[in-house]
Design a protein around this ligand. Sequence first.
Ligand code: NAD
Ligand code: ZN
Length: 310
Amino acid sequence: MLQHLCNRDTCMLALGGGVVGDLVGYVAATYMRGVPYIQVPTSSTAMLDSSVGGKTAINVPAGKNLIGAFHQPHVVYADLDCLVTLGRRELVEGIAEAIKMGCIRLPALFEVLEAEPARVMALERELIESVIYDGVRGKAEVVAADEREAGLRGTLNWGHTVGHAIEALKSPALMHGECVAIGCVVEAELSLRMGNSSLSREKIERVTRCFASYGLPIHVPRDLEISMLMKKMALDKKNLGDSIRCTIVTDIGVSVTNPQPVDKKLMETVMAESIAAGRALEQWKPHEGKVAVAAAGGQMAPPYSGIDAF
Ligand SMILES: NC(=O)c1ccc[n+]([C@@H]2O[C@H](COP(=O)([O-])OP(=O)(O)OC[C@H]3O[C@@H](n4cnc5c(N)ncnc54)[C@H](O)[C@@H]3O)[C@@H](O)[C@H]2O)c1
Ligand SMILES: [Zn+2]
């Protein structure tokens, strides 16, 4: 950029998935002490999560997101047609974060995702538009109220205490959204066991079925050891002192603003039960192949209209 004589009236464009968005955002945050940038997210994760909220970062050998800055994009422009070329597994990975968003604060979003997995995965225009719109709205509201994660923004971390620990041990075999799906199911169970009876057994089953209906995993992988998971969890940014902290969902669409301390024995028990329940079933397998787009005569705009499968 220096060689190209870019100065402070430069505006950067982040066209791509979350990796591109985070990198361009970080460069925009630091170049000449900050230039404007526009996010044009092309993956479901980038549309629903990384392009909104102004967190930018790069990974270094010591760990993920350790060097970064808060820098809000001037505009986020999401073209839903981009989703057509994503793999089905990548599409669904981003949807895990939308299910999470529904559970923490938008019950109507959860209900749509719960009711229509096939049509959402087929990218039926009105549905996918409402899912992305509501997911973004939910995140934007949270970030507008609490940009620096002093409280409310922490609710976005639901499922991520357990999810990050699994991801640290299973990446790249499991993707972030897949680990978050497992984490949400485990953390929902924790909530009930901690006495939040309004997140009833029946509601936990609905949440679990919803993740599963998108082909996301819902059990802690059988080859993981609880002690290793606990060690990883001890490094979580939400912890205070020696305690492990999780965002707590108390009902579908309702969550506690600040992460709460969780008894370590209870965490171990719930994770062990999750592994045992998974062992009783066939091993989870990810989706293969591309997104199967809604059939001809459906809602996709040109140039994709008429394409019904890849
Ligand atoms: N800043 C934040 O708040 C935030 C939030 C969530 C995730 N993230 C970051 O985002 C990254 C994950 O984002 P991601 O899942 O988009 O990963 P990614 O950017 O690596 O994209 C995944 C893959 O999909 C490809 N791709 C992107 N759009 C495509 C399209 N329309 N069609 C076909 N292929 C396409 C990419 O080239 C890449 O190979 C991680 O680095 C994560 O740390 C940041
Ligand atoms: Zn996440």
